[in-house]
Ligand binder design. Structure first.
Ligand code: C5P
Ligand code: MG
Length: 160
């Protein structure tokens, strides 16, 4: 294996009234949230898949099936921490993360610092190695119509 590995992840969840909106481990005050077996944190799910992908270790559903009652309502940082542990077992650590949340509303800009800080804590990275971007879907498609939200992530891992 070479000393650098890149990984990509994507996730989407349905928007549901009465659910919590948790992005990168941060609770966003909102009158709707995301539906899912776990806490439906699309950003942590996308980053988890990116880490697993970088290591060619399958995907999040393979490691944490949504049919397993263990993960009902689970805080998704567990998935990410476990993916990082699997990478560490292969001698790899995270270098940086770049990510995008696609959500029609609410505007998330005021939460960027909080989300980056939360990710930096979970990922054990410095703040400057953690990027989070936000996009609407220009009112087009399921995200644009407020039916769902998406997150995308890329990561770089390096062998110690
Ligand atoms: O999707 P669009 O290009 O119109 O987004 C413009 C800007 O609005 C983004 O670059 C981002 O800074 C911000 N944004 C946000 N929260 C969202 C969507 C977009 O803060 N849910
Ligand atoms: Mg998910």
């Amino acid at each position: 294996m070479t000393s650098l590995r890149i990984g990509q992840g994507w996730d989407n969840h349905r928007i549901k009234e009465g659910s919590a909106l948790i992005l990168g481990g941060v609770h966003i005050p909102c009158d709707f949230g995301l539906d899912g077996h776990s806490d439906a944190d699309i950003l942590l799910h996308a980053i988890t898949d990116a880490v697993l992908g970088a290591m060619a270790l399958g995907d999040i559903g393979m490691h944490f099936p949504d049919t397993d009652p263990t993960w009902k309502g689970a805080s998704s940082d567990q998935f990410l921490r476990q993916a990082l542990k699997l990478a560490a077992q292969k001698g790899f650590h995270l270098v940086n993360v770049d990510s995008t949340i696609v959500l029609q509303k609410p505007k998330l800009g005021e939460y960027r610092a909080k989300i980056r800080e939360s990710l930096a804590r979970i990922l054990e990275l410095s703040l400057e190695s953690v990027s989070v971007k936000f996009k609407t879907a220009e009112k087009v498609g399921p995200v644009g119509e407020g039916l769902s939200a998406e997150a995308q992530a890329v990561v770089l891992l390096e062998k110690r």
